[in-house]
Ligand binder design. Structure first.
Ligand SMILES: [Zn+2]
Length: 462
């Protein structure tokens, strides 16, 4: 028996794999608009460009949803070793680092930053600059230890500053936000290249201690950003929504080509081909989120503003950086009971992708996940890397992204979306508050939940 979705699959795949549009869009987003970092001119130009593309592709209900937040602007920064030698070290401040004048202190190097090391060495961290690196999996740790966790644990141990050393040679410093909920961080954070981190470690080894002085003139001020939304309206049940999205802001030091623009270009491509070829019973809503990089601010604003409509969302597929991911898999965010449905899709699609069952809190699916919405993402399921590579460095540029990568991400997402849009029943029952709570407190998350609880108390009592 021929599956009814196959003729539509063939149209959209033929269109995607014979069109250059996805790469053209990626080049415009990155080469014309730059980083699109929150508060830059390019950010608004990108938002307007995305809305115009939605219109060109035949979507309806196209609009920009503004939201307020505390923005951050890079200024000048000087990092100087003042003892045992005098030497200036190139560095960048991390977004939401507060301005600081002549802050002096010793460096304590904790290496990759395993949580147990922070606990065991808190006395040595106190009143010093904590130095750690960007490895995601410190030795013996099976889960990601994200930069924000290393920063948070430094704060709780009483560090006066945070030095994030890129663990890859040749890529320079690696950026990443350090604020909480869009607020400026209470202590400054900077990043340096691996080579400079190694130099400082040799100095510490040889002389016992290294003292530095830090001055920076970054600015923190209220700003406005926008989520961009457009619908391919359902022909039978327009109120039932399949949501797909990617953030469009990159970090200010780079083009953010892979993270996130390859995700934006892939979502735009899905909008283009489904708009052109598909009439689906349920609505596909496309959303591009603002200001993800300093705290998922756009997707959080959407979840707050649309609280009463979240129960209409049957599935959210997150496409952050999807076109640049080393493999295009479907990661379901701990929805074991959807495994069989997606294995069925995979067999029918005759497309080779892995189906994962795990989640993290570092992208725009997370505010939806916290509200119980069924979420997944186009993400690599078989993690083999030790970190982001050139991601979050100035080398995340257009030349690293291939048209094949954009096409593969778009075709996988389009084929999944059209299948979910044709399901008469819910894929699963969305989680209620107690099910979300249970998920967050399952044994392999216990350590991170305990830390999050501590840091929340830390922030509210400070
Ligand atoms: Zn991203």
């Amino acid at each position: 028996m021929t599956n009814p979705h196959i003729p539509l699959d063939q149209k959209i795949l033929g269109d995607i794999y014979s069109s250059h549009e996805a790469m053209d869009n990626l080049e415009i987003l990155c080469d014309d608009f730059g980083s699109r970092f929150g508060g830059t001119k390019g950010e608004k130009l990108a938002a307007d460009f995305i809305a115009a593309k939605f219109a060109e592709y035949g979507l309806t209900n196209i609009h920009l949803e503004p939201f307020d937040y505390i923005g951050w602007e890079r200024g000048e920064v000087t990092l100087k070793i003042i003892s045992p030698i005098e030497k200036e070290i190139p560095c960048i401040t991390l977004p939401q680092s507060p301005p600081i004048e002549n802050l002096e202190g010793e460096i304590f190097n904790i290496g990759p930053g395993a949580p147990k090391d922070f606990d065991a060495k808190s006395e040595q961290i106190k009143n010093k600059f904590l130095m750690t690196n960007s490895e995601l999996y410190p030795k013996g740790i099976k889960r990601w230890v994200h930069r924000s966790e290393k920063f948070g644990r430094s704060l709780m141990a009483g560090a006066i500053g945070f030095i994030f050393v890129n663990h890859y040679p040749g890529y320079g410093p690696a950026t990443g936000g350090i604020g909480q909920e869009g607020e400026a961080a209470p202590i400054p954070g900077i990043s340096i290249a691996k080579e400079d981190g190694d130099f400082i470690q040799r100095l510490i080894k040889k002389h016992g201690s290294v003292k530095i002085r830090l001055t920076s003139s970054d600015k923190v001020s209220p700003k406005i950003s926008w989520n961009i939304v457009g619908d391919l309206p359902g022909t039978e049940k327009p109120d039932e929504i399949i949501l797909m999205g990617s953030h469009y802001d990159g970090h200010d030091i780079s083009q953010g080509a892979s993270d996130p623009a390859s995700g934006v270009a892939s979502v735009l491509e899905v909008a283009r081909v489904l708009g052109k070829h598909a009439r689906l019973p349920r609505t596909i809503r496309f959303a591009m989120w603002g200001v993800e990089e300093i705290g998922l601010l756009g997707s959080q604003a959407y979840v707050r503003a649309h609280a009463d409509e979240l129960s209409q969302i049957r599935f959210y597929l997150n496409m952050d950086a999807a076109g640049g991911m080393p493999s295009k898999d479907i990661n379901l965010h701990a929805w074991d009971n959807l495994q069989e449905t997606f294995e069925g899709y995979r067999a029918e699609m005759a497309q080779d992708f892995a189906i994962g069952q795990s989640f993290h809190s570092a992208s725009d699916h997370y505010p939806f996940l916290l509200e119980g919405v069924i979420t997944g993402g186009v993400e690599p399921v078989r993690q083999t890397s030790s970190g982001r590579g050139y991601g979050h460095t100035k080398y995340d540029t257009v030349d690293k992204v291939t048209i094949r990568g954009l096409r593969d991400a778009a075709s996988l997402a389009a084929r999944i979306a059209l299948r979910v849009a044709n399901e008469d029943n819910w894929l699963a029952t969305p989680r209620d508050a107690s099910a979300v709570n249970e998920l967050l407190n399952q044994p392999n998350r216990a350590e991170i939940q305990a830390y999050l609880k501590k840091i929340t108390v830390f922030h509210t009592t400070k």
